[in-house]
Design a protein around this ligand. Structure first.
Ligand SMILES: [Zn+2]
Ligand SMILES: [Zn+2]
Length: 260
């Protein structure tokens, strides 16, 4: 397997790789899915180091980058790839810059609690989330056929307006972005988020049939699909107690938590 000073590459199966940044407190994962004639890269990480250096070692196929959502920690290496896709709800942030999060806050978050050496090209004082006009849009219900596997796009707003999940129907892998991961709270407490939408989106993905593994974008790489049963319970609890509102705080469930 690939040895790299910044990225950790983990093989999920012969044609699926997790590309992780454990040297940063956010423990961000991006995912490379190989098809027959092209590959899909779900997100491109923090932009502290060059992710194309990794994908070049894993495949010679052309790569389409699919964006789960436009936050700095998911679009960092977008500029290294030619074809970039995003949901319409987050497109404006990709083109014109992320709204609702100040550049000072973004730089504070990018520079803290780094435990691995960073490349000389990384300067937190001048760091900016990448901006680009996307190649195209991905919409709810889109099917990306990679020849050997079919990827379904689900629009799952809440954490951001244009957040999407990607379901590899063939293998039962559900890539949940920042809608669902373990250890640290899922965020929906700032103005550009929506607690009500987040709960609706959690309900939607929890009902998907045929999920074998859940891959969130932070912390543990790969969660058992049984977490979706807890998500169903969480949705009922949050609604019955009228908690899907800003300011209700952190809500803990078995295996994950949310902050409103
Ligand atoms: Zn995010
Ligand atoms: Zn994130």
């Amino acid at each position: 397997m690939i040895k790299d000073p910044w990225f950790t590459v983990q093989q999920i199966d012969n044609q699926t790789f997790g590309i992780s940044e454990y040297g940063h407190w956010e423990k961000v994962h991006s995912f490379l899915l190989l098809g027959v004639e092209k590959a899909v890269l779900i997100d491109t990480g923090l932009g502290i180091d060059n992710m194309k250096r990794i994908t070049d070692q894993l495949t010679g196929l052309p790569i389409d980058v699919i964006t789960t959502h436009v936050h700095a920690d998911h679009i960092g290496s977008h500029g290294e790839f030619e074809r970039v896709f995003v949901h319409e709800g987050d497109k404006d942030w990709l083109v014109n810059g992320i709204q609702g999060l100040s550049i000072n806050q973004i730089r504070k978050d990018i520079r803290r609690d780094i435990t691995l050496p960073t490349p000389v090209s990384f300067d937190p004082d001048t760091y900016r989330p990448f901006q680009v006009e996307p190649t195209g849009l991905v919409n709810d219900g889109d099917i990306i056929d990679l020849g050997n596997r079919k990827l379904m796009i689900y629009h799952t707003p809440g954490h951001s307006p244009g957040h999407i999940c990607v379901f590899d129907e063939t293998n039962g892998y559900l890539f949940t972005g920042d809608l669902l991961y373990d250890e640290t709270p899922v965020y929906a407490f700032y103005p550009s988020t929506s607690p009500v939408d987040l709960v609706n989106s959690l309900e939607r993905v929890a009902e998907l049939p045929g999920v074998f593994m859940v891959y969130g974008s932070h912390n543990t790489l790969g969660l058992e699909a049984s977490i979706l049963e807890e998500v169903k319970r969480a949705v009922i609890y949050l609604r019955e107690n009228d908690l899907a509102r800003f300011g209700t705080g952190v809500h803990h469930f078995d295996g994950f938590s949310v902050k409103f």
